[in-house]
Design a binder for this molecule. Structure first.
Ligand code: BTN
Length: 275
């Protein structure tokens, strides 16, 4: 039996092909640009925000030389394989009003990609995308102020579509890619289109407290729910049972002392007994 490749055409990304894969009035006004090599699509949009309006600009790169993950980590970004995307959006709110936004973005992407590619994506707090227990993507949100002081969010999305053999490069945790799990063939243009279709309506309708509408859907994809976890926060760790997220997207952890709500940090799952 011939093993049919799960990734359609490993040609370069093109803005026209991505645009041909999106529909909906929300996304029609987007500017879509594809660059060959960038240090980081988030960093590139930050620089551009100094001199131009990046609202509605979706910037893709074939490869990143200094792709960034959360907590200053490197995001391994080999060429012609994956999605590295940043979208600029004038949100019309203050940073304090954005609680839960990055979780909702991950959730919207999961919903969109599951539908299209027959996946069962899970979410690890705060904004990691998982397939079959391994990380396949993540969301990194940066904020910049435009020249007239409006806040602009830069929504960065890294998604492994068809990760090549990495040679000497190492990723510090188990990882997978979309084409290893999809029930249908995957094209990066389609993946890019589905991500934009999922994220743009969310950004255009985001208001204070909007995460409340996403909480149920997020909880259904919660990788850590009920598991023993440890959350690293600055110099100390909180250990307990993961108990979902609250209406602001903060992580609920049941410790021996009672319920603790964690706004930020790095969570990992333990193999211990439940409390
Ligand atoms: C994480 O899981 O730590 C978040 C990863 C986010 C990676 C993406 S790739 C596109 C954009 N540009 C970057 O430098 N980072 C984000």
């Amino acid at each position: 039996m011939v093993d049919t490749p799960k990734v359609l055409g490993n040609g370069l990304l093109s803005d026209a092909a991505i645009r041909a894969n999106i529909s909906g009035s929300d996304v029609s006004g987007l500017r879509i640009e594809v660059e060959g090599t960038l240090d980081s699509t988030n960093a590139a949009l930050k620089r551009r925000a100094i001199s131009e309006d990046i609202h509605g600009l979706a910037l893709f790169a074939e490869t990143q030389t200094a792709g960034r993950g959360r907590l200053g980590r490197l995001w391994v970004s080999p060429p012609k394989s994956n999605i590295y995307l940043s979208l600029g959006w004038r949100i019309g709110l203050e940073p304090a009003d954005l609680a839960g936004l990055s979780l909702a973005v991950g959730c919207a992407i999961g919903e969109g990609l599951d539908r299209e590619f027959g996946l069962n994506m899970q979410l690890k707090w705060p904004n990691d995308l998982y397939l079959a227990g391994k990380k396949c993507g993540g969301v990194l949100i940066d904020l910049v102020q435009s020249t007239n002081q409006d806040w602009i969010v830069i929504v960065g999305v890294g998604l492994n579509v068809a990760m090549p053999k990495l040679g000497t490069v190492e990723i510090d945790q188990p990882w997978t890619d979309l084409s290893s799990h999809s029930t249908v063939k995957v094209s990066r243009h389609e993946v890019g289109g589905r991500i934009l279709e999922a994220v743009v309506p969310l950004l255009s309708s985001w208001q204070v407290g909007s995460f409340g509408q996403w909480r149920e859907s997020w909880s259904q994809r919660d990788l850590m729910a009920g598991r023993q976890i440890s959350v690293q926060q600055g110099g100390h760790a909180i250990a307990g049972r993961a108990d979902g997220v609250d209406f602001s997207g903060a992580l609920r952890v049941v410790t021996n002392e009672g319920l603790t709500v964690v706004q930020s940090g790095e969570a990992s799952m333990l193999r211990g007994e439940t409390l």
